[in-house]
Design a protein around this ligand. Structure first.
Ligand code: NAD
Length: 256
C-alpha cells in the first residue's frame, strides 16, 4: 500500500545525500508523494538539483534562504504557481555559528544567539505561515529537533536553546493550525553524521553514548527518521499533533 499517493510535500533542508531531509524525501517518494525541494541559495543549487534530477526526476526545486522573508514568500509563490495545493511541509533546517558552539553556553554572543534562533526556530514559523494558504485540504508539518532541547548535552549549547524554542513553537502552531486540520509535529532524532553535525564539538561521543547506553544498544539510521516522517505525513497519524516523537533507539528514557 502506498501511503502518499496523490500527496504533495515541500521538503526544506537538503544539502546532500546525507541530509536527514533527503532520507525523509526517499521515504515519502517510495510511497508515491510528489515532492518540491527548497535549497539554501546558489551555493547549494547545483548539488541539490543534481541529486534530485538523478533520483527523483520531475520534482520541483526552488531556492529559499530562510533568513529572508522575501525569499520565503517567493519560494511558496513559485510552488503555488506549479501546484494548486500542498499536503505537507518538512522543515529540516538549523544553523549556529561555529564560534558560538565552541564556547561555554553562558558566553554565547547576542548576535549568535539571535542567529541560531532565527534560522533554527523562527524559520519554521515563517515557512508554516507561508505554506498555510496552500494547505487547503489540511496537512502535516514536520520539523527536526534534538534531545539537547530537553536536557544539557555538553557542546550543543546555543542550538539546544534554539531547539527548545522550536519544540514550543510546534505546540503553539499545532493549536493555531488545528482548526484547519493542519497538524504540526517534531521528530527528535538521535545523532547522525551529517554536515550540520560537523559543527558540534566532540560529536563522536554523542554517537558512542547512544550506541552503548540506549535501550536498543545501537545508533539510529537516517531511514528510521525518514519512515517516522512518512508516518507523520500520512493519514496513519491523523490523530497526532503538537507531539515530539523520539527516534533515538530509546536513549531519551535513560537516567544514565
Ligand atoms: P544538514 O546539514 O544536511 O541539513 C541542514 C540544512 O539546513 C542544510 O540543508 C542547510 O542548507 C540548511 N540551512 C541552514 N541555514 C539555512 C538558511 N539560512 N536557509 C535555508 N536553509 C538553511 O544536516 P541535518 O543533520 O540533516 O540537519 C537537518 C535537521 O535535523 C536540523 O534541524 C538538525 O538540527 C536536525 N537534527 C540533526 C541531528 C543530527 O545528529 N544530524 C539530530 C537531531 C536533529
Amino acid at each position: 500500500m502506498k501511503l502518499m499517493e496523490g500527496k504533495r510535500v515541500v521538503i526544506m533542508g537538503v544539502a546532500n545525500q546525507r541530509s536527514i531531509a533527503w532520507a525523509i524525501a526517499q521515504s515519502l517518494h517510495e510511497h508515491g508523494a510528489e515532492l518540491a525541494f527548497t535549497y539554501q541559495g546558489e551555493r547549494l543549487e547545483k548539488k541539490v538539483k543534481g541529486l534530485v534530477e538523478k533520483e527523483m526526476p520531475g520534482s520541483l526545486c526552488v531556492s529559499c534562504d530562510v533568513t529572508s522573508d522575501e525569499d520565503i514568500k517567493q519560494a511558496f509563490e513559485e510552488i503555488g504557481r506549479k501546484w494548486d495545493r500542498i499536503d505537507g511541509l518538512v522543515h529540516a533546517i538549523a544553523f549556529a555559528k561555529k564560534e558560538d558552539l565552541e564556547v561555554p553556553f553562558v558566553e554565547t554572543s547576542r548576535d549568535g544567539y539571535a542567529l541560531a534562533q532565527d534560522i533554527s526556530s523562527y524559520s519554521l514559523v515563517a515557512s508554516a505561515n507561508a505554506a498555510r494558504p496552500l494547505m487547503t485540504e489540511g496537512g502535516s508539518i514536520i520539523t527536526l529537533t534534538y534531545m539537547g532541547a530537553e536536557r544539557v548535552i555538553p557542546n550543543y549549547n546555543v542550538m539546544g536553546v534554539a531547539k527548545a524554542a522550536l519544540e514550543t513553537s510546534v505546540k503553539y502552531m499545532a493549536y493555531d493550525l488545528g482548526r484547519d486540520n493542519i497538524r504540526v509535529n517534531a521528530i527528535s532524532a538521535g545523532p547522525l553524521r551529517t554536515l550540520a553535525a560537523k559543527g558540534v564539538k566532540d560529536f563522536n561521543s554523542m554517537l558512542h553514548v547512544v550506541e552503548e547506553r540506549s535501550p536498543l544498544r545501537r545508533g539510529i539510521d537516517a531511514s528510521e527518521v525518514g519512515d517516522t516522517a512518512l508516518f507523520l505525513a500520512s493519514r496513519l497519524s491523523r490523530g497526532i499533533t503538537g507531539e515530539v516523537i523520539h527516534v533515538d533507539s530509546g536513549y531519551n528514557i535513560m537516567g544514565m
